[in-house]
Design a protein around this ligand. Sequence first.
Ligand code: HPA
Length: 266
Amino acid sequence: MSNPLDDPKADPFQIAQQAAKVIAVKSGIAQHDIALTLGSGWAKAADLIGETVSTIDASEIPGFTRSEVVGHVSTIRSILLPSGKHALVLGARTHYYEGHGVRTAAAAGVKTMILTNGAGGIKTSWKPGTPVLISDHINFTSASPIEGANFVDLTDLYAPRLRDIARTVDSSLDEGVYMQFRGPHYETPAEVQMAKAMGAHIVGMSTALEAIAARQSGLEVLGLSLSTNLAAGISDSPLSHKEVLEAGKEAEPRISALLAAIVAKL
Ligand code: HPA
């Protein structure tokens, strides 16, 4: 199926409405409350947060496509939480600049958006496998998910209220500024030094643009990175996607349980 978002005349909010309608019909759940995007290392959380009500293939939902990245799943899951709330797990990534997942979540009734990723850490104290709360971001992609003269405020984008809740689950959680690069190549050591000088602590390729789209849609955002590796040049070893996946796999049970415990408090 071709992606309706590929049409330059497409209205992304209308397509998000259509996607939300398909999710409501296929899951039988009219309104969802929380949505999660689970990046490298976080996927197991979907099995821990509650009871899966339905699993929908990305190809059945307007605007979603199957992920090309090994380690990313391509389904949307509707999960009933013990609290009685309904969560949507967005396992399918959309175009990196579009924010279709969060717009669909907002159209499905979601108020709280949890964005997770695997990222490179700049603080040497973060051993591979350390989860980090995102406190703010630097968008280094030169892109925006927003079009037109639409000046969205991004102050406190990563809600202090939700970060406080996360720290009640694990008081040792550190936090840091996430810098999004366009990728798909990893950063050079010089770029990582630039990121550090600019005030970043974590480097990645996904979350900042999603968070901007989430704020535009009025969602409260919690951002969590898994530092799967020390960023390029911070350690001597070269980066490999395979090792990033392995570090994610190793940390997965621990950080997924952490995320599930956070979700239970929302
Ligand atoms: N840089 C960017 N993205 C990443 C990294 C990294 O070092 N590790 C995992 N995702």
